[in-house]
Design a protein around this ligand. Sequence first.
Ligand SMILES: Nc1nc2c(c(=O)[nH]1)N[C@H]1C(S)=C(S)[C@@H](COP(=O)(O)O)O[C@H]1N2
Ligand SMILES: [Mo]
Length: 525
Amino acid sequence: MRISGTTLARGGLAALSGLLSGYAALAVAELVSAAVRPEAGPVTAVGGAAIDRTPAPVKDWAIRNFGEDDKLVLQLGILATLAALGLVLGIVALRYRRIGSAGVLIFGVVGAAAAVSRPDSSGIADGLPSLVGALVGAALLYTLIGRLKTQHQTATQEAKDGSWDRRGFLLAASAAAVASTGAGALGRALNSRRGQDAVASRAGVLLPKPASAAAPIPAGAQLRVSGVSSFTTPSRTFYRVDTALVVPKVDATSWKLRIHGKGVKRPLTVTFQDLLDRELIERDITLTCVSNEVGGPYVGSARWIGVRLADLLREAGVKPPSRGGPADQLVARSVDGMTLGTPVEDVMDGRDAMLAVGMNGEPLSFVHGFPVRMVVPGLYGYVSACKWIEDIELTTFDDYDPYWVKRKWARKAPIKTQSRIDTPKPFARPKAGTVMVAGVAWAQHRGIERVEVRVDDGPWKTADLAAQATVDTWRQWSFPWKATPGGHTLTVRATDRTGAVQTEKRTGTIPDGASGWHSVVVTVD
Ligand SMILES: Nc1nc2c(c(=O)[nH]1)N[C@H]1C(S)=C(S)[C@@H](COP(=O)(O)O)O[C@H]1N2
Ligand SMILES: [Mo]
């Protein structure tokens, strides 16, 4: 048997048809999702379902390697997989036309199932984008392959005189490509308009003056050493960690929060305006993610403004377990279905746990949880810092495991004492002489007592501490090092105000946060 050029070209065109059908399916799905909700689109739904099912070590690896780009990498991975499937289905369709189209439909059903089963799904309608998209994709594949088949017959005849006409196929294919691009672009435009009510509601927020202002940041809290993290992290560069592939755009004017559950004598529902009308507190608080590796970037400090959560809970008649309350876990739920569990005792023990409405003098940004999020000093974000919050249920640790606990992370997770060298950077080549080693240390709600630096295997030497703003914020430190030529390892460790020295024992981030000392290797010239 001889594989003719015509057969090869036809195979290529069939693969292209498959690819094009996938493209058309996604474009139509994007358009339909504008009529349902953007999160119901197949890539977002499948991506969300994949995030939920990713084993903790893989997720940890992804966060380590791709950082905040992990979501982009996931989405590109899904698109690449779909493209490969499209190519294969196109080639299959050339031989078995119906099976090729049925394949497209099956992926539509998978996408629809993922969308409908998302925790924030609005029901069966969420399956429509994938289903309608797949129907269009399947029909397109059937049509294109049909052209390829009839064309083939004439082509072999024409092949005898050395030429065969692909014009008919190419016309249909390009028309489909243009129509799909138009549908996709229209869908995108409509989807991005959907958030406009939320954007307008955010623009309309005027944060009131807090009844209890934050203590001024002591002048000495910010060292004048270049390369050290700024004491207050600007909102724009503040780390972001969440599972949302589409950032929720919540309209503050229709937002409500319900407080209910075990031991709640008077269930409460509050609006955004209700919160603004209450006494507001303003505090500097450093947040940290449990996924932060030793020396990692997922820590930042901001000035938050919000309502004391304990006040609201007391109004609802909630008592902490130490005063006989039946609920020991507060489960916060966000509009995108995330759940986070916080000890009721911690929220009510007098620390500045709050429902924050502002960050660094502005309403929260959408990525950081607009209109309202929780902030609890001393606890890792995944057990406290619910963004886009809409529900608080009082329950027990025995009765309910929130999202990350179901995925093997610890039920309770106070932030571990940690310190980080910000400067010099790893593998820097400073000149011999005095080199400023500096960084930050944190032990939220306990405070930092001491920071020590070690050069190679030498003795620990006490670093100079910047002023401690509050026990809930990180603390800068510096150490003038008499650097001698050659390779050196700098290591840092902190001691918190309970007297506990940061442990040398290295652990991974799972299940309750990384421990160990941060080291940086430099070569002094
Ligand atoms: N709704 C929602 N809230 C969430 C999360 C999330 O995935 N969804 N992630 C939590 C985690 S793990 C952390 S560390 C903090 C991070 O807050 P940031 O993104 O504002 O820095 O938000 C918390 N709140
Ligand atoms: Mo986190």
